[in-house]
Design a protein around this ligand. Structure first.
Ligand code: PEP
Ligand code: MN
Length: 461
């Protein structure tokens, strides 16, 4: 093993939380050895390309759209569900690009989002207690003793599920599905009678005319037919992320080849902890979730640990303050980080600070609270003169009923009809598209006022 990557025993000796407890250490080691022998899922050059794009975000020249399931499931590895997710992300991205006229960096919470941190180690139902579900990468969702046992074999299934998802995503985005002339088709099965839908159709019509004009003028070509799309997930499971960390043969530098970008969660970002120690060594662009108890000093300490040489595009701070906290808690963090001269991409996760449980026991979020946190995020950045660099959303391409409100005014009683998430509630496709219009409006209003001296990126799509 290269000296550039800490050994597994070094990592295991460090403070760590949220890791599964396996009964059989031999089976666990066997899985790690098998994973180490399998091919990387992404290429180091792609991670570098994404890092360069995120550097443009940090410079106020582009915007990140990061979204997907809270928890992917092995059962969810199906063409239709992957296609639907991609379709909603592409539609949102077009809304943002067209309405706000800003290049959008598209990143899925996809092809690897199989492990979950939990606030409680166990779950009790009707007096019976079993270990909590920690994502399909660790144990089963079913509430039985057998399903809830942590099984290292699931790490191999995670790898295979990630590989087949990524393969389809790559085929879709490069093989014609993402062609801008498919704008209407992406929307074909959306419910057609909402104001969101009408707005989208109108915009798609305008883009179609513009494309026709460009083609007649002889401009267009490949950039209109394909998009760059990147995969990301929370780097939670040390065994898995370690096994996928490889030395790139060109640069001789380590990369976590499980995804283009990985992030560290709010619960696992301890500066001396194992997650930070492993990710410190890899060259991927990294996200760090920051909740309402974070101070500016905390944020700087993590950034200095992960990125001592201030590599452009290396750090994205994903803030998840909650709608009622964002205006008070976010400004001091931004001010302290900016005062240090460090440039990061500031991304708003308006989901994780706004979760609550209904009286019937559904974990949910109010669409209005999501909008409120986003408005707070944009207001704070406008007041400070900094760039609101992106959004991080839990969503699905299906018509689920997991979050309240939005175009169809989903109520608490509606939640039972199609509540499918195994972890946090996701926006459905109408709610997601509606949110994209809201974000585009805010971004467009600010874009003209925001002063950046950095040159415009030479990539666009
Ligand atoms: C998540 O992104 O699903 C998550 C658990 O977020 P956080 O670490 O911000 O709580
Ligand atoms: Mn979540």
């Amino acid at each position: 093993m290269s000296e550039l990557i800490p050994s597994l025993s070094t990592l295991r000796a460090l403070p760590q939380v949220q890791q599964p407890t396996y009964e059989d250490p031999v089976a666990r080691q066997h899985v790690i050895d098998r994973l180490r022998a399998l091919p990387p899922l992404v290429f180091a050059g792609e991670c570098d390309e994404l890092r360069t794009k995120i550097a443009q975000v940090a410079n106020g020249r582009a915007f990140i759209l990061q979204g997907g399931d809270c928890a992917e499931t092995f059962d969810g590895v199906r063409a239709n569900s992957i296609k639907a997710k991609l379709r909603v992300l592409l539609a949102m991205s077009v809304v943002l690009t067209y309405a706000a006229q800003v290049p959008v960096v598209k990143i899925g919470r996809i092809a690897g989002q199989y492990a979950k941190p939990r606030s409680k180690d166990t779950e009790t139902r009707d007096g019976i207690t079993y270990p909590a579900y920690r994502g399909d990468a660790v144990n089963g969702f079913e509430f039985t003793e057998d399903a809830r046992r942590c099984d290292p074999e699931r790490l191999v299934r995670m790898y295979n599920a990630s590989a087949s998802t990524l393969n389809l995503v790559r085929a879709f985005v490069k093989g014609g599905f993402a062609d801008l002339r498919q704008l209407h088709a992406w929307n074909a099965s959306f419910v057609r009678d909402t104001h969101v839908e009408k707005r989208y159709e109108q915009m798609a019509g305008e883009i179609e005319r513009a494309l026709g004009f460009m083609e007649a003028c002889g401009v267009g070509g490949e950039t209109m037919r394909t998009v760059d799309f990147y995969a990301s997930h929370e780097a939670l499971l040390l065994d898995y992320e370690y096994a996928l960390t490889r030395i790139d043969s060109r640069s001789q530098a380590p990369y976590d080849t499980s995804a283009h970008m990985v992030w560290i969660g709010e619960r696992t970002r301890q500066p001396g902890g194992a997650q930070v120690e492993l990710l410190r060594t890899v060259r991927n662009p990294l996200g760090v979730k920051l909740g309402p108890t974070t101070t500016g000093a905390d944020a700087l300490e993590i950034a200095d640990r992960l990125d001592p040489t201030r590599v452009p595009g290396r750090i994205t701070f994903i803030t998840r303050m909650g709608a009622s906290n964002v205006r008070e808690k976010l400004p001091p963090i931004i001010e302290e980080v900016e005062a240090s001269g460090r440039k990061v991409a500031w991304v708003c996760d308006p989901m994780h600070g706004n979760t609550f449980e209904t009286s019937k026991g559904f974990k949910t979020r109010e669409y209005a609270a999501v909008v409120e946190e986003l408005n707070g995020f944009f207001d704070v950045h406008e007041q400070l003169g900094t760039w609101p660099g992106g959004v991080h959303i839990e969503l699905t391409g299906d018509d689920v009923t997991e979050c309240l409100g939005g175009a169809f005014q989903l109520s608490e009683t509606d939640l039972a009809s199609r509540y499918e998430t195994t972890c946090d509630p996701r926006l459905n496709r109408n709610q997601s598209l509606e949110l994209a219009f809201m974000i585009a409006e805010r971004l467009n209003r600010y874009r003209g006022k925001y002063a950046t001296e950095s040159p415009a990126p030479d990539w666009n799509e």
